[in-house]
Write a protein that binds this ligand. Structure first.
Ligand SMILES: [Zn+2]
Length: 88
């Protein structure tokens, strides 16, 4: 490993498209893997970057029915940038 390969060392400053990698979080879409069945209904585990609008800072919530869960996803899931989400 004596010879370094200059072609592999690139400064990000010379790559303007690098900035495009940071995208604003888009609207949450319900995914099957985010739902856990529960004896009382369903648990929705939001992925990092989303939270519940009427319960800010909350990323996990239980619902009695899939209808309630879907309604909540449609109307009350917003982007989140809390430290937990940023660390994820
Ligand atoms: Zn968060």
């Amino acid at each position: 490993m004596a010879a370094s390969d200059p072609a592999r060392v690139r400064s990000p400053r010379h790559n303007p498209t690098n900035q495009m990698k940071i995208q604003k979080p888009t609207r949450y879409k319900l995914r099957q893997q985010d739902i856990d069945p529960d004896p009382n209904g369903y648990i929705l585990n939001l992925p990092a970057g989303y939270q519940f609008k009427y319960d800010t800072g909350c990323h996990v919530r239980g619902f009695d029915t899939m209808k309630e869960l879907r309604d909540e996803v449609r109307t009350a899931v917003i982007p989140c940038s809390c430290k937990d989400c940023l660390a994820a």
